[in-house]
Design a protein around this ligand. Sequence first.
Ligand code: AMP
Ligand code: ZN
Length: 141
Amino acid sequence: MTDCIFCKIINSELPASLIYEDDHVIAFMDIQPVNPGHILVVPKIHKELIAELDEDLTSRLFNVGAKINLAIRKSNIKSEGINYFLADGEAAGQEVFHTHLHIIPRFQNDGFGLKFHKTYYELPKREELDEICGNIKQLME
Ligand code: AMP
Ligand code: ZN
């Protein structure tokens, strides 16, 4: 994709701090880190959503994420925990439409977090959970 920032990084047309690269996956430092050590793991093929990747490539993406997790834990980067974040679609917060997995080192009071709507604190009935569960379950391949 000619106007995709991540494709340009993959093709060395834009600068990036590369941390990992193989034939199918690349990982580099996020240009606007939530915390130091914030890394993006990206498939080399231009696909917008996880649903467009084959199973092997999805596995590779998360395996590279796991290797980075271990390296961060061994490093001197401040990291009491690690968030994996993947914005799969615009409504989910995706801004760069070339799928990518965020690896974000976290520590107490780092100022980052999720916001919940008010009704989040009212737990749904079991029947409701079961109904949604059944809907999704029957569509799993
Ligand atoms: P998302 O909202 O999940 O699509 O996240 C896109 C991420 O890409 C953000 O965290 C940006 O800071 C990051 N980003 C945008 N441009 C670049 C770039 N040139 N190099 C590295 N990271 C980038
Ligand atoms: Zn792309």
